[in-house]
Design a protein around this ligand. Structure first.
Ligand SMILES: *Cc1c(COP(=O)(O)O)cnc(C)c1O
Length: 371
């Protein structure tokens, strides 16, 4: 039996090993390991890739979220609206600032923030809206931005699953994740579409003043000129080695995203006659994950596991139902779509180096499991 892992970064790294080795050696030879030429170059290259003016490298996706919120002076007494179906990342960062997360339910087809549900939970205490581009598909940013503008509330994109995802803007131009909100947060966790060989993250923005605040916040609040601090900060930096590796991987990102879309199309064709609902496709969806909906999810998953196929559930328990978040007092049933979807979603293996044979084998195993 040929097993198919849920992911295998060794195949990806093997294909670009010489370039990665060269990048690592360049940093070793430079003798400079924190906030140097590689980080500065990566920040420029990634901002340009996103179509934004500034990028500030930080230590992780979580730190990007936390520092973006902190740069808006969000804290105790404030509310930030987000979703409850993305594994607690956003709620954890919001709580870290002292503010309260408030959840909007999601759309059942796309699993992204529902604009109507968003507008219904805005209050005078709402200080930011934090939608997630879940699984590589943009949240409905035109609608979210309109609502945000009407209420004068800043928008922070959680783009940790959406490096290179895009949608047409009002003028009919392609606009990528990172260029829709006041700020956008990225993670470079190894398995993301753009992944480092360790932890990393970034905040992207068109706002020069926010970028400057973020640069200070990532290093104890120091201003570069005077080495004084007007606000306190923390240590959250992207390493030179990771930045050098990310510069290599950024050159291959579009090809990787195209390969993901190609494999998503293979799946969609192979699953057409099964009682399995594939994700709704759209041109700018970059399939960080390939998430289907089906009945008897846990039984099917067990069947696939016994057939040697790695699957996963992203994510089995919504944030507001987690033991750690009971103090928020969001009752079960409060987010019906989020809660229903958690029980029927299944992520199939999807990565750029997966072969056509492997996709066929997954589809065949799925067919055996559902009939
Ligand atoms: C991975 C991820 C994060 C967190 O990133 P880390 O680098 O692991 O801290 C945040 N939000 C979303 C949507 C993610 O997928």
């Amino acid at each position: 039996m040929m097993t198919i892992p849920f992911g295998d970064l060794r195949r990806q790294n093997a294909a670009i090993r010489t370039e990665i080795d060269e990048a690592i050696n360049r940093v070793l030879d430079s003798g400079w390991f924190i906030l140097g030429k590689e980080v500065a170059a990566f920040e420029q290259e990634f901002a340009a890739f996103c179509g934004a003016a500034h990028c500030v490298g930080v230590a992780s996706g979580f730190d990007a979220l936390y520092l973006a919120l902190a740069s808006l002076d969000i804290g105790p007494g404030d509310e930030v609206i987000t979703v409850a179906n993305a594994c607690m990342y956003e709620a954890a960062a919001i709580l870290q600032t002292g503010a309260m997360p408030v959840f909007a339910d999601v759309d059942s087809a796309t699993q992204n923030m529902n604009p109507t549900a968003l507008e219904a939970v805005i209050t005078s205490r709402t200080k930011a809206i934090l939608p997630v581009h879940l699984f590589g598909r943009l949240a409905p940013m035109l609608e979210i931005n309109q609502i945000a503008q009407r209420h004068g509330i800043p928008v922070i994109e959680d783009a940790a699953q959406a490096h290179g995802a895009w949608r047409l803007d009002e003028s009919g131009a392609r606009r990528k994740a990172g260029a829709w909100g006041n700020m956008a947060c990225f993670s470079f966790y190894p398995s993301k579409n753009l992944g480092a060989l360790g932890d990393g993250g970034a905040v992207v923005t068109n706002d020069a003043e926010l970028a400057e605040r973020l640069r200070r916040l990532r290093m104890y609040g120091w201003s570069s000129k005077y080495c004084t601090a007007e606000t306190s900060g923390r240590n959250s930096r992207l390493d030179e080695i990771q930045a050098a590796i990310l510069r290599v991987k950024l050159r291959h990102l579009e090809a990787g995203n195209r390969a993901r879309r190609e494999r998503a199309a293979w799946y969609a064709a192979a699953l057409a006659d099964l009682p399995v609902m594939p994700p709704v496709d759209e041109e700018g969806h970059i399939y960080h994950l390939y998430v289907v909906k089906l009945d008897q999810r846990d039984a099917v998953r067990a069947h696939l596991a016994s057939a040697g196929i790695g699957c996963d559930v992203h994510y089995p328990m919504p944030t507001h139902l987690q033991p750690a978040y009971q103090s928020l007092k969001v009752e079960p049933g409060a987010l019906p779509v989020t809660e229903r979807l958690a029980g029927c979603i299944l992520s199939l293996p999807l990565w750029p180096e997966l072969t056509h044979d492997e996709v066929t084998q997954v589809a065949n195993a799925l067919q055996a499991a559902v009939f």
